[in-house]
Design a protein around this ligand. Structure first.
Ligand SMILES: [Zn+2]
Length: 205
C-alpha cells in the first residue's frame, strides 16, 4: 500500500470510529427520551447545563416566583438516611402542601433530583420563599458530615443557579436556612462548611 492510500484508509477508519459512538449516543438519548415520556432520565438540564434527575411530581397548585436573589441551603435533619425527593414529596403532601417544598434535593451519591420547578414559589423558608431557591442536601448535619460528592454536586448546582438567575456566588446570596429562620437547619457541620461550599461554587461559576 502506498503511503498516500494508507493515510486515506487511516482517515476513513478514524472517521468511522468517531461517527459510530455519535450515532449510538443519539439513539440512546432518543430511547431515554421516549421511555421517560419526554425528558431524558438524568439528562443535562437545558437551562442549567448540568445533569438533573427528573422526578415529574404532580403539584396541586403552584405560583410563579418573580424575584430570585438568594439560594437557601437545607438538610433533612431528622434522619441521616439517603432520603429521596419522592419521599420528601410524600411528607410535604401529607402536610397538606402542593408537593415537595424544595426545588432541588442532593442525594448521598451526589445525584441532583428535581423537586418543585425552579421558577415556582417554594415552601422551604418562612417569609423568604418569594425571593429564594431551596436546595436540600440530604442528611442530618449536626452529628454527621455531608458526603464529598454531595458538596461537589451542590457547588455545581449553585454555580449553575447563580449564572441562570444572575446571582453573585457569595455568602450574601448563598444562605443557610438558620440565617433566615429560627432553626438548626442545615446543621452545624454543614453550616460551618458554607464558606468552603461558596469557594467551590466560585470555581464552577
Ligand atoms: Zn431548612
Amino acid at each position: 500500500m502506498k503511503r498516500r492510500e494508507f493515510l486515506k484508509n487511516m482517515i476513513f477508519v478514524g472517521a468511522g470510529a468517531f461517527i459510530l459512538p455519535q450515532l449510538w449516543t443519539t439513539k440512546a438519548a432518543e430511547a431515554a427520551w421516549n421511555a421517560d415520556g419526554g425528558a431524558a432520565a438524568n439528562g443535562v438540564d437545558p437551562l442549567l447545563g448540568i445533569p438533573i434527575q427528573e422526578t415529574n411530581f404532580e403539584f396541586s397548585s403552584l405560583q410563579n416566583r418573580r424575584t430570585t436573589d438568594a439560594i437557601v441551603i437545607h438538610h433533612v435533619g431528622n434522619t441521616n438516611r439517603d432520603v429521596s425527593a419522592a419521599e420528601i414529596d410524600r411528607w410535604h403532601k401529607n402536610n397538606g402542601w402542593a408537593g415537595i417544598g424544595y426545588h432541588f434535593v442532593i442525594r448521598k451519591d451526589g445525584t441532583i433530583e428535581r423537586g418543585r420547578p425552579m421558577d415556582m414559589l417554594g415552601a422551604h423558608c418562612y417569609e423568604h420563599n418569594w425571593h429564594t431557591v431551596g436546595v436540600n442536601i440530604v442528611g442530618e448535619f449536626d452529628n454527621h458530615e455531608p458526603e464529598p460528592r454531595q458538596m461537589d454536586s451542590a457547588a455545581s448546582l449553585l454555580a449553575a443557579l447563580c449564572r441562570y438567575y444572575g446571582i453573585e456566588p457569595d455568602r450574601q446570596h448563598i444562605k443557610g436556612h438558620r440565617e433566615y429562620n429560627a432553626t438548626a437547619c442545615p446543621g452545624q457541620n454543614l453550616f460551618d462548611r458554607l464558606p468552603g461550599l461558596v469557594a467551590m461554587t466560585r470555581k464552577y461559576y
